[in-house]
Design a protein around this ligand. Sequence first.
Ligand code: SR1
Ligand code: MG
Length: 423
Amino acid sequence: MTGKLQFEALSVETLPARLGANEALRAKIGKDTSAWKVREVGDGNLNLVFIVEGASGAAVVKQALPYVRLVGDSWPLPLKRSFFEYHALTRQQARAPGSVPAIYHFDEGQALIIMEYLSPHIILRRALIEGRQLPNIARDIGLFMARTLFRGSDLHMAAKDRKADLALFADNVELCDITESLVFSDPYFDAKMNRHTSPQLDGIVAQLRADRDLKVEAQRLKHIFAANAETLLHGDLHSGSIMVTDSQTRMIDPEFAFYGPMAFDVGMLLANFWMSFFSQRGHEQKAKRDAMRAYLLEVTVETWVVFRAEFSHLWRTERSGMLYQKSLFEDQGDRLGAEQALDHVLHQMWTDLLGFAGIEVHRRILGLAHNADFETIADEDLRASCEAKALKFGRHLAVNRRQIHSIDEVNTLAALIEQESSI
Ligand code: SR1
Ligand code: MG
């Protein structure tokens, strides 16, 4: 297959014939296509994902569709998101080696990426719903974020290279538009595709949509998101975009990659740990989840501590870009000046990430794209009670973020809200 052929979606039936001549795939899984076993396992909102197993191995074939899978062909979406995903993966691999699946082949015309089959990894969100405590995720994700966000910015890259990359990713317009609408605006008005647990949350939803301070903060955050082309973001770093075993963590699915504020990836990621925390009450049928709740809060602390430590280390050792030049600080013997600037950058990031976290929580409960943490709670009253607490928490983060000074403070708030009686 070449990029010159017209795009055609693969199916379980057609994949062996259509990719049977692909050298990368043959080398990885074996040449005898009659032995290939194909499963379609995509459970995300956008794409097809096939696992292809042959006589000598397995691989994943991910293919974009020309529309949003979750909604159908009434919502067209360009295939070029596969191009951005491929280029984001190559940059993440270079900046944080070993943190993403290996890429075997990219076909731009067919919008498909052939990549490493991660096994026995499972989606992190699924593991957290099951109550599994994974020992390495905070460290691995904290390092991934610090390395990719720092090394993709003007703190590290040559200005010319970063600007060229910024221009490349600026064309990821439609996926940015999804985030701009679904995350920052739709939850706060009666947008067409919104849904929430009803009627239980109707009153709270009406309150939030009438909350002027919240709407202003959401738009201020959208402004930061749209106007701060700081670094190459993953762009959709939630617990459904991470695959884990007890010892390994791999980040996947960076099709929303674009140049935006560092705080966005960090805030979205932490929001998903806090949502998992608030959802645990809904998963207590077999056993209490007190230890799991404590674990999740510890994970948020460790992730932020590791992120800060690695970011600070890179600041001191790899600050070779045009921002906060060493010629202004260390080269003049002013190490304290460099540290002062680092404190300022981290403080701004902290304030902004809390805001992004707050609205990420809201959009997963009020918007189109919900998450399984809450959705798999079958008892609707129980689900609504978990969601109501998360909404309250999210509102506090978004509106009061400038007055919150530590992650312990955030987690104390989470624990207090979690213990409140239900709606
Ligand atoms: C229409 S796409 C909805 C959501 O799915 C993706 O995973 C992103 O999170 C997006 O916001
Ligand atoms: Mg995704």
